[in-house]
Design a protein around this ligand. Sequence first.
Ligand SMILES: Cc1cc2nc3c(=O)[nH]c(=O)nc-3n(C[C@H](O)[C@H](O)[C@H](O)COP(=O)(O)O)c2cc1C
Length: 192
Amino acid sequence: MKYLILMGSPRKNGNTHELVKPFMEELKTNNNQCEILWLYDMNIKPCLACRVCQNYWTSFGCAIKDEAQIVFDKILESHVIILATPIYSWYCTPPMKSMMDRMVYGMNKYYGDEKGPSLWAGKKVALITTCGYRPEKGSDLFEEGIKRYCKHSQLNYIGMLVERHLGYNTEFITEEKINNARLFARELMMLQ
Ligand SMILES: Cc1cc2nc3c(=O)[nH]c(=O)nc-3n(C[C@H](O)[C@H](O)[C@H](O)COP(=O)(O)O)c2cc1C
């Protein structure tokens, strides 16, 4: 299986990445392909609502010529998409939100004069998040938003790993969290 991790954290070796590392290791050990795209390192502009993409029912068709095309192509090649992000203001970080907006139009041809297809129907989506508040008050709104995003896009939402960060002067990663990340990878593999 091919897993694509869309990484929304700006921090290399930050908290979210510390969870993603053992998660990826577990997938690779079990003969899965796994690639990570660091969205902060990519040129992904916000959607401008021009709706040019709605004229193209078999391709991205976005009028903005930046690196969102790379994300589009890699999603279509993958079976499982992992959105990995720290929670910022109760949601994901800005480049991930831009990417989500670009894909909700570019992948779903629902918004032209006639309703077209979802180009990514049936793909699986999972979340890896870290947050400062208790998970039920930190990551809950993002998870709910993604559940609706998936239903709307005909994607299959398969679950979330969330871990809490108790402050920048505390050590985030622990053996327990590493183990939870490995277990989450195994849970997703069982859904294959
Ligand atoms: C600008 C900013 C906004 C944040 N907003 C929230 C928030 O709304 N809820 C929350 O629980 N944590 C919030 N946090 C805390 C981060 O989600 C948390 O520290 C996370 O583990 C950072 O992950 P990273 O090391 O991958 O960047 C915020 C942090 C920053 C820097």
